[in-house]
Design a protein. Sequence first.
Length: 99
Amino acid sequence: MRANNIGHIFVSGQCIEHVVATTIKRAANMGYNAALIKDATSGFTDSNYTAMLDILPLYSKLISSDQFTLEAPYGDTERSMAVQPGNSFTGRASRLRSS
């Protein structure tokens, strides 16, 4: 993806507790900006889904499918900018730990 200047990904799917969360966390750890399309995602149970929506903002932006429909075809400043090394999840976590 980096070879094609892709720095931002949209994620949705079933099993937010495993597949979706792992995809988002790995993307964040690799320096990509991830956005979870929350109403196009499900979990094993409603309580698991709700719990993951509390956790995943540490790694990604949460958006609705309406926001995705409006933003994705046109891009915006955030997505068109190259990912800054210190702005990855690992960089943000390091700054939090050192505070």
